[in-house]
Ligand binder design. Structure first.
Ligand SMILES: O=C(O)CCC(=O)C(=O)O
Length: 268
């Protein structure tokens, strides 16, 4: 469980950790499993809005035959086992309550020189829950997740600027620009790079501003896990910001602690 002090820190800063879960060797063994599972999915996929409108006019789902890129727990028992580990789940229960549902398992690969803009995850604009990020291969503090403590309480998210065109994915890759925006609300806003290694994880609020850079010469692999209480309905957003278009398919979820009294989600 998280201590009271850690729970308070999570409320204020929006993240806690790092915590050890796997040895470096065990973590490295996850990288090919993450990649193999990801390769069986439709991949990271946000079509144009016009394409979505045409596609959905005929009914059907993009995920009829190939899984969502966040459903890797349905494709690999070893990855599912990681998502069930008590070192993660008991800490999550301190934040979400006794009943904990795993709904996403993700492969985050970041190639050498890669950059991921400052963002929050659209799913968490619509449901209550938390994210876990664990280094799997070639993780250093410089290429791990970077996060802006306290940003889950800001009145706006990067997506509010991206959806109006005020900012672009490229401008939101710039730390200075993201900080300039954040300091409108909180002059002390800054970002941190958690001191995290392969096999270690952090827990963060789904609405915390985050991004990543990979200045190293190696591909960096990480595993993402997302959890919610079972009264939260999980859906697949087809757009990264508002207005959100949803796919009709329900992604597979797994109760990893407690019970589900709501039965509003699809179980694996
Ligand atoms: O690992 C990365 O580069 C991005 C991770 C991320 O965006 C997330 O955990 O939501």
């Amino acid at each position: 469980m998280l201590t009271e002090e850690e729970q308070q820190r999570f409320d204020i800063d929006g993240w806690v950790g790092p915590y050890s879960l796997l040895s470096a060797e065990e973590a490295h063994a996850l990288a090919p499993l993450l990649q193999q599972a990801y390769d069986q999915t439709r991949g990271f996929f946000y079509p144009e809005r016009e394409t979505l409108a045409t596609f959905y006019a005929d009914g059907g789902s993009y995920y009829q035959d190939s899984p969502w890129f966040q459903s890797l727990h349905a494709l690999s028992p070893q990855l599912l086992e990681v998502g069930k580990r008590p070192e993660i789940v008991e800490r999550i229960a301190s934040l979400l309550g006794d009943d904990v549902m795993l709904w996403a398992t993700i492969c985050f690969f970041q190639p050498p020189g890669g950059r991921l803009h400052w963002h929050t995850d659209n799913e968490f604009h619509h449901l209550q829950g938390v994210s876990v990020w664990m280094g799997a291969a070639n993780t250093t503090p410089e290429n791990a997740l970077k996060i802006m403590p306290g940003s889950h309480r800001f009145p706006k998210r990067p997506e509010d600027y991206l959806c109006t065109g005020e900012e672009t994915i490229f401008s939101m890759m710039e730390d200075e620009r993201a900080l300039e925006i954040a300091r409108q609300w909180w002059p002390n806003a800054d970002f941190v790079r958690p001191q995290i290694k392969d096999g270690e994880f952090i827990i963060f609020n789904g609405n915390l501003w985050h991004g990543s850079d990979n200045p190293s010469k190696q591909q960096r692999y990480a595993m993402g896990l997302r959890y919610s209480p079972p009264d939260q309905k999980v859906r697949i957003p087809m757009t990264p910001w508002e207005p959100t278009i949803w796919d009709p398919a329900q992604p597979p979820t797994v109760m990893v602690r407690g019970e589900d009294r709501y039965h509003i989600n699809r179980r694996l």
